[in-house]
Design a binder for this molecule. Structure first.
Ligand code: PLP
Length: 405
């Protein structure tokens, strides 16, 4: 913890994700705290979600070749043309969405910048931005930075999975709803929104003339025949939807930070206008490399198949250890309720888990508005990642079963 610094909008960012306490001290994010704890204690780190095996050799070779070929100066602000074309092809091939690569596709510094530029471009003081809760922390932080008011609709545990509370979504919307930010497949719950849930989001957006920003970074990581449906494919939604994705999760190249936003030209113009003053452009040699591998559908398919097996391993292990597991249909996270083990406070459990079991996880409350009804309802829930090698997961599960089973 450090003492609070100068006044400024950063304070509302810190507050939005619970990093600032009442006495004005600022904490590290729970992810940084838990990763430091894992490093200090030698615990198996199932907290932060990044793969421990790199993505395809072809992508690495292509990036090295691009560096050798001198593609080391600024890329165009929109992204290199071959990557914009590859993104448009990807959206057509997988979802039947037709995009003009020149006016309807924008390359960003990861999905993170795509989300930030979209929110900052279109929402501001006086507006409400509606998100799911739990939410990815970047969504809340960007809304806080924009000065808009953050309103949420909960995902609730039901029949071994999480479902959107559609009635709460409708009730949370108002004439001031400028934007709805969703994430499917969803971190941290692993829920893949159903067509009916997506239609409910679309109906609210149409009724209130709101823009939908949809974070689809786990679009290819779905299991058990679940199908990812981009909200942009729903009737009447193409013209009011900004679809954000990234190569990080799909190709296990999270450090390259090559992401993108697609949508109708007028919305992309708005996002581009802000994005050019955030980073302008980044990752010049990585962009052509991603353009090359984005045509390869076999790699993400193989990753999903392997993750599906690793998901089963961790879900079975957590159940054997006494957790109440919500089986994820997508992403590489599983959320589980620890109340059956006698833990009502997931934050406290995560702080003690290295000592109790030699494992690190993160509390689901870290993905909620501090003190909100959803953060209380999910107070005993913790999230584990399964995007680690099988031996690492087996050891983590063995430790949890030994400690609690
Ligand atoms: C839901 C979600 N959106 C976005 C991101 C970040 O994507 P990128 O690394 O491409 O900025 C993550 C990373 O964990 C995520 O879970």
């Amino acid at each position: 913890m450090t003492n609070v610094g100068p006044p400024g909008p950063w304070q509302s960012v810190a507050r939005s994700i619970g990093l600032m306490s009442a006495d004005g001290t600022v904490a590290a994010t729970i992810f940084a705290e838990m990763s430091a704890l894992a490093a200090r204690t030698g615990a198996v780190n199932l907290g932060q979600g990044f793969p421990d095996v790199d993505g395809p050799q072809a992508a690495k070779d292509a990036a090295i070749a691009a560096i050798r070929d001198g593609r080391n100066q600024y890329a165009p602000g929109d992204g290199v043309p071959e990557l914009r074309r590859a993104i448009a092809d990807h959206q057509r091939r997988h979802y039947g969405l037709d995009l003009d690569p020149d006016s309807e596709v924008l390359v960003s510094t990861g999905a993170t910048e795509g989300i930030a530029a979209s929110v900052l471009a279109l929402a501001g003081p006086g507006d409400e931005v509606l998100t799911l809760e739990p939410f990815y922390d970047v969504h809340a932080a960007c809304i806080a930075l924009s000065g808009a008011t953050h309103v949420t609709a909960p995902l609730v545990p039901r029949d071994g999975t999480f479902r959107l509370d559609v009635a709460a979504l409708r009730a949370a919307a108002s004439p001031r709803t400028r934007m709805i930010v969703i994430n499917t497949p969803h971190n941290p719950t692993g829920a893949v929104l159903t067509p009916a849930e997506l239609e409910a989001v679309a109906a609210v957006a149409r009724e209130h003339d709101a823009v939908v920003v949809t974070d689809e970074v786990y679009e290819h990581l779905v299991y058990d025949g679940a199908r990812h449906v981009p909200v942009a494919t729903l009737p009447g939604m193409r013209d009011r939807t900004l679809t954000v994705s990234s190569s990080g999760k799909t190709f296990s190249l999270t450090g390259w930070k090559i992401g993108w936003v697609s949508g109708p030209a007028d919305l992309i113009t708005a996002v581009r206008t802000v994005k050019q003053f955030l980073t302008f452009s980044s990752g010049a040699p990585f962009q052509p490399a991603i353009a090359e591998v984005l045509a390869d559908d076999a790699t993400p398919r193989a990753l999903a198949a392997s993750l599906s097996e690793r998901r089963d391993l961790v879900c079975e292990g957590l159940t054997a250890a006494g957790f109440d597991v919500s089986v994820p249909a997508g992403t590489y996270f599983v959320s589980a309720d620890a109340s059956g083990l006698g833990f009502d406070d997931g934050i406290e459990l995560c702080r003690r888990l290295p000592e109790l079991a030699g494992v690190v996880a993160v509390p689901v409350a870290a993905f909620c508005t501090p003190g909100s009804p959803t953060s209380r309802a999910l107070g005993s829930w913790v999230r584990f990642t399964y995007v680690k090698q099988r031996e690492v997961l087996e050891e983590g599960v063995r430790r949890l079963v030994t400690a609690f089973g």
